[in-house]
Every structure is written in C-alpha cells, then in structure tokens.
Design a protein around this ligand. Structure first.
Ligand code: HEM
Ligand code: NAG
Length: 337
C-alpha cells in the first residue's frame, strides 16, 4: 500500500515537473522586473491567481469577446501611468475626466465588470491584499490562455501597486491610434521600453475581438476604390457592415480576424500578408524590411509566436511599476482609497 502511494507520488511529481520546468521558463521569460515577484500572493492570499482565473473563465465562457477586451485592457493600463489600474478609475467630482473617458477607451474598452467580480471575490477571501493593477494583468494573461485554448500559457509575477492618478488627456498622448505609421508606432512602444519585435508580436492580439467601424473607416473608402492598401474584397465586405460616416450613435462593430475571429493565434500575420487587416497600424508592419520579416516569421511559426507573445505580455506587464511609496492597494477598483 505504502509502495503504491510512493509510486503515485512520483507520478504526480513527474507530471508537475513536465508541466513546469524552471530552467526552460527562465530561458523563455527571464527573471521578473524589480518590484515584482512570481507567486507574490502565495502567503498573503494563496488562491489569488485562481480567483482571477475563475472570474475570467466565467466571463469568457459567456462571451469570448470580453476576453479580447481584457487583453486590450492590460495594454491600455500599462501604457498610461504604467500598469497601475489607473484605467479602472471612475469619474468623481475631484477627477471628472479619468483615463476611462479618453477616446481610446470610451466607449470601446470592455471587461470592467470582470475586474469588479474578481475584486469582490478577492476582498472576501483576503481583504485589502490583491491590487487592481495585478488583477488587470492576471486577467489579460488568463484571457489569453482561454482564447488560445491553453496554448498561450505563462507565469506572471505580481506586486504592482495601484495608482491614484488617472487623466483623460494622457490616453491620446501615450496610446497609439489606428492610423499611426510604423515609425510612430515604434516611437510609442519605445517610449514604454518595448521594441519593434514587441510591437509586431503583441499586435498579434488583433487576431481576436472586434473593432468599431470608426476605427478604420478611413481605409475602406466610399463608392470610389478604397484609398488604402486593404484587400479590395475585405474593403467591400466592410463597406456593407459599416456606415459611410460612422457617428457615436451609429458605429457598428466587425471582427478583427475574418478567418479565426475567436481564437488567439498567429492567423493575424497571415491576414497582414494578405492585406486583410483593419488598421493602418496593422498594415504598417509591412512597411519596413525588418518588421516585414518578423511578420513572415510569425506567420510561419505559430508555436514560436505563442511563446514570444507570452514573453512580450510579461514585459509589457512590468512597465513603470508603482510601489508602496507611490501606490496603494485599492479596496474598490473604481475608486482610490
Ligand atoms: C500597435 C498599436 C495598436 C493600435 C493602433 C491598436 C488599435 C486598436 C483599435 C483601434 C482597436 C479597436 C477598438 C474598437 O474600435 O472597438 C483595437 C482592438 C483591440 N486591440 Fe489593439 N491596438 C494596438 C496594439 C494592441 C496591443 C499591444 C494589444 C494587446 C497586447 C491589443 C489588443 C487589442 C484587442 C484584444 C482588441 C479587441 C478588443 C475588443 O474586442 O474589445 N492591441 N486595437
Ligand atoms: C493633462 O492635464 C493635467 C491637468 O488637468 C496637466 O497637468 C497635464 O500636464 C496634462 N498632460 C498632458 C499630457 O497633456
């Protein structure tokens, strides 16, 4: 009986080792950035990461689009004031125009209710311990996991503190708009410590989710031939789904990836090569030899892209981290303490 127990124990250990190889992991992702730690909540809130994953699983099973929203939220939080949960703050009399109301975020950014659900479960389990900034990054990680059917899977260090500053006017200053050219995109990413490879690799998340027509209407033209390099067949299909002049009250959405719209995969790069992408910022990746070569590599090597995507998400999640000295752990993600 004892012998059987030992056999089972080793079988379990073997399975765990097969799942998580520390050396391979460090080679893939490198050590966490200063201030962040793998398993940050292991002692203070052991189920923290599981609780977030459950909230994301629940939301994504009902509406996969929310998962796309959460991946985008992780990006929009990090590029403005660092990864500090500043995108979550609601307007107040003291701060009537927070990031949330900036044009890149309102009305398109979605998934806020998932962060609220995770936070309320976390507050029940361990009051005042898990930051909203960490929840946003874990949620982006978990959404990537579910939308890729488990193929994008990575460990993410925690320990981000929540910021108290959130300004609408900083959103357009730091978040690249869809009409940006390649040098402008590279400039936005460089300003946040990310390089051209990160730009190309992370743009692959435009293989899930949707866009409002207003984000690309400049590229599909009216009755005249489109003034862009978009595949004419896609442009024609989009003209059928979008009004000629979208307005706030008449701005339908279309899928980003016409081939595998709900799957986080490297199909995006094949779409870029076929000129079947919505934004100038997507098409622009073909405008330098260096980034075009990256697009071709990612189109060919799906498994490699999945690993690179995971690594770039971890890198993005370490932008301008706040500490106890300039941050806090909010009890409600929508308001400062
Ligand atoms: C390179 C510069 C980028 C530009 C110019 C850009 C622009 C946009 C725009 C205009 C939309 C459509 C919003 C709408 O109208 O509903 C969108 C959607 C999206 N973006 Fe980006 N994006 C960029 C990079 C990224 C990055 C780095 C990520 C994540 C790592 C990301 C993830 C997403 C996702 C998942 C969606 C779909 C959101 C949804 O369905 O709610 N994007 N992006
Ligand atoms: C945003 O507005 C605040 C005050 O409302 C101002 O102090 C700050 O300089 C502005 N930032 C940018 C990037 O325009």
């Amino acid at each position: 009986m004892a012998k059987l127990g030992i056999v089972i124990l080793f079988a379990l250990l073997g399975a765990a080792a097969a799942q998580f190889n520390y050396d391979e992991f460090m080679e893939d992702q490198g050590p966490p950035s200063p201030g962040l730690k793998f398993g940050y909540y292991k002692r203070t809130c052991p189920r923290a990461e599981e609780i977030v994953r459950e909230a994301v699983r629940d939301a994504v099973s009902k509406n996969p689009g929310i998962g796309a929203g959460l991946i985008r939220m992780a990006f929009h939080d990090c590029f403005v004031q660092g990864c500090d949960g500043s995108v979550l703050l609601d307007p107040t009399p003291a701060n009537p125009r927070p990031e949330k109301l900036g044009p890149p975020n309102f009305p398109s950014l979605r998934g806020f209710e998932v962060i609220d659900a995770a936070k309320s479960a976390l507050e029940k389990a361990c009051h005042g311990v898990v930051s909203c900034a960490d929840i946003v990054q874990y949620a982006g990680r978990d959404a990537s996991f579910f939308l890729s059917n488990g193929r994008v899977s990575y460990e993410l260090p925690g320990g981000r503190f929540d910021g108290r500053i959130s300004l609408e006017n900083e959103t357009l200053a730091f978040l690249p708009p869809p009409f940006f050219t390649l040098p402008q995109l590279i400039g936005s990413f460089r300003a946040k410590g990310l390089d051209a490879d990160d730009l190309v690799v992370l743009s692959g998340s435009h293989s899930v989710g949707r866009s409002h027509c207003s984000s690309f209407s400049d590229r599909i033209g009216g009755t005249a031939p489109p003034p862009s390099d978009m595949d004419p067949a896609l442009a024609a299909a989009l003209r059928k789904q979008c009004p000629a002049n979208p307005t706030f009250n008449n701005d339908p959405t279309v899928v980003q990836d016409v081939v595998t719209p709900g799957l986080l995969d490297n199909q995006y790069y094949n779409n870029v090569l076929r000129r079947q992408v919505l934004f100038n910022s997507d098409a622009a990746l073909m405008t330098s030899e260096q980034t075009a070569a990256m697009v071709r590599d990612n189109a060919k090597q799906g498994r490699r892209w999945e690993k690179k995507f995971a690594r770039a998400m971890v890198k993005m999640a370490s932008i301008e981290i706040k500490t106890a000295a300039n941050g806090e752990v909010r009890t409600n993600c929508r308001v400062v303490n």
